[in-house]
Design a binder for this molecule. Structure first.
Ligand code: ZN
Length: 130
């Protein structure tokens, strides 16, 4: 019995302690990775906190859903960053295009302000020539 205590308090005890922390660290990082957390970071936490880190990650909610949500948010954000630029580029040019095509295809009568198609030389409403 005395010899066993000597072993535990001596080098063998430290060896067991190292083994215990190493095993809990492996389990902690394995659990963390499975739940979508940083396995490497949790391995280090396991080395420092042992069973506490293992319990923490064991009770922690699954981060994979959160990870997916944050990825979706990133995609949404990148789309939102692009869309205002696109809007400022497309909206005025589209407006200009409609105005231009409107002006191109119609002429306004000086007498009654009726818009007539360019193909006709006289106003459809009052017969005034353009
Ligand atoms: Zn007219």
């Amino acid at each position: 019995m005395f010899e066993l205590m000597d072993l535990l308090t001596g080098g063998f005890g430290i060896f067991l302690l190292v083994c215990y922390f190493f095993i809990t660290s492996i389990f902690t990082s394995w659990l963390a990775a499975g739940k979508g957390y940083n396995g490497g970071a949790w391995f280090v936490l396991g080395l420092f906190f042992g069973i506490l880190a293992l319990l923490t990650i064991g009770l922690a909610p699954d981060n994979k859903i959160n990870e997916l949500v944050s990825k979706l948010d990133d995609i949404k954000r990148s789309l939102n960053i692009q869309s205002p630029e696109n809007n400022t580029l497309t909206k005025p040019s589209m407006a200009n295009a409609t105005i231009n095509s409107y002006n191109d295809e119609f002429w306004t009568c000086k007498k009654c302000a009726t818009k007539n198609p360019l193909v006709s030389n006289s106003c459809s409403d009052c017969g005034e020539y353009k």
